[in-house]
Design a protein around this ligand. Structure first.
Ligand SMILES: *[C@@H]1O[C@H](CO)[C@@H](O)[C@H](O)[C@H]1NC(C)=O
Length: 428
């Protein structure tokens, strides 16, 4: 009898957990206004952090001060973290430490660009600038760290915060993963400031949203000599010219017109005299595709076309995709369910009319490395404000941030993971 009773109780256990879950976390009662209020109370703190990072921008894999600054604040907040990942990366953790574990990511590196904006907190490092908003990304994630830590007693699992180096061409995400930063994580989110969207709105798109990207370099070798006796030479310039033109047909004749690809030759080097044909011509550029498989196909054909055209002209070609130096970025593909979740959270926090459908772009983003392993969503957070002057595209020396975005991003980060964990709790 007693045994049966115990078993009955055991059967009721899931129901019990479900009710606890429901009581603690049902999203209709999620207090978005309270969260936004808490985030706004931190605005001054957030602005000061962002300005400090903006003044001391650091290039990829050299984010030493930025990383130390992040750790300083995590220490002050009493949030545990591991360091280093991929040289300067920091991995902070809030919550029980048990699954489910959900992650938020911010990139830390700046660009090799001279800031042209004259203001009090202009970059103090000549030729280096936060012109892609990574200073804001770090700040918003630190803001989320503070908010999540204040509210950690309601967290139904674990949140990891990835402060990642080298998004700009260094594939920092790839190196973070190699060192185990993604272990145990089941879903990941990241935001990027967007100068096209008004402050207070977000945009996202399910499925493929940013291109797979690689660079390439070709060297065509002939035999140099007197330009008055071309028949005695082998001219690599002609081979390069044919190769560059032929490659363009790979997009117009071989790729589905409804699929998106880019092939840009961005430099040609060869020769230095009026009277000699050169022995070698080099050229290179970038290949992009909205799918990772598309990029692999394009790479194969680029190699074949350059080698083939070189052979026609009696030259030899060597092609490199520079994968060691610039790891190939896969395409950013947003998970549909997580994208729905993001849009619901956005509507709850900002209003339904502030959640826009995003567009695809052919820029790369190393967040794609995380998405190759686990579902994730990368979305845009608006920061366009004519009055603030934040109307310039990323990688412009005039790039300027509307700092009003900072508390909004911190609150969004917080709600995304809190509500994600609540939902997971309901599924168990
Ligand atoms: C890093 O911090 C030190 C000490 O504050 C400072 O002297 C140095 O200029 C900073 N480096 C960069 C690249 O901002």
């Amino acid at each position: 009898m007693g045994d049966l009773h115990a078993r009955r109780l055991l059967l009721l256990l899931p129901l019990f957990f479900f009710l606890v879950c429901l009581a603690l976390s049902s999203s209709p009662h999620y207090d978005a206004e309270e969260l936004l209020r808490s985030a706004n109370e931190e605005k001054e703190w957030l602005v000061s952090i962002r300005r400090r990072i903006h003044e001391q921008p650091e290039l990829r894999f050299q984010e030493h001060n930025t990383s130390a600054f992040i750790r300083f604040h995590l220490d002050r907040l009493g949030i545990p973290y591991s360091f280093p990942y991929a040289r300067t990366g920091v991995l902070a953790q809030i919550g029980s430490g048990d699954p489910p574990i959900v992650a938020l990511r911010a990139d830390m590196d700046a660009l090799p660009l001279q800031e042209m904006v004259e203001w009090e907190h202009k970059s103090k490092n000549d030729g280096v600038m936060h012109a892609c908003g990574h200073d804001a990304h770090v700040t918003m994630l630190l803001g989320a760290a503070k908010l999540l830590n204040q509210r950690k007693n309601v967290l139904r699992g674990t949140v990891r915060l990835l402060f990642q180096p080298a998004e700009e061409g260094g594939a920092g995400a790839f190196h973070m993963i190699k060192e185990g930063a993604l272990d145990g994580i089941e879903a990941i989110f990241a935001m990027h400031v967007d100068y096209r969207l008004p402050t207070g709105s977000i945009s996202s798109i399910p499925g493929p949203s940013q291109a797979a990207v690689c660079f390439f370099e070709a060297k065509i070798e002939g035999r140099g000599g007197d330009a008055a006796k071309p028949h005695l030479n082998v001219d690599p310039l002609i081979a390069a010219a044919f190769a560059i033109l032929s490659m363009q047909q790979l997009i117009s004749r071989e790729d589905d017109p409804l699929h998106s690809q880019v092939l840009s030759v961005t430099y040609v080097k060869g020769g230095s005299s009026f009277n000699e044909t050169p022995p070698i011509v080099e050229f290179g550029g970038t290949l992009r595709s909205i799918t990772t498989e598309g990029l692999q196909r394009l790479q194969r054909r680029v190699k074949e076309v350059i080698e083939g055209q070189a052979a026609v002209q009696r030259c030899k070609a060597v092609i490199s995709m520079l994968a060691e130096e610039y790891p190939i970025y896969p395409a950013v593909v947003n998970d549909e369910e997580l994208n729905d979740h993001l849009q619901q959270v956005g509507a709850l926090l900002l209003g339904q009319d502030k959640v826009k459908m995003g567009g695809k772009i052919m820029a790369g983003e190393d967040f794609a490395f995380y998405q190759q392993l686990i579902p994730g969503v990368m979305f845009g957070i608006g920061m366009r404000n004519e009055r603030a002057g934040s109307v310039y595209p990323p990688h412009s020396p005039h790039f300027f941030l509307d700092e009003e975005v900072l508390p909004i991003g911190a609150a969004l980060h917080t709600a995304i993971v809190e509500l994600y964990l609540n939902q997971r709790c309901m599924e168990v």
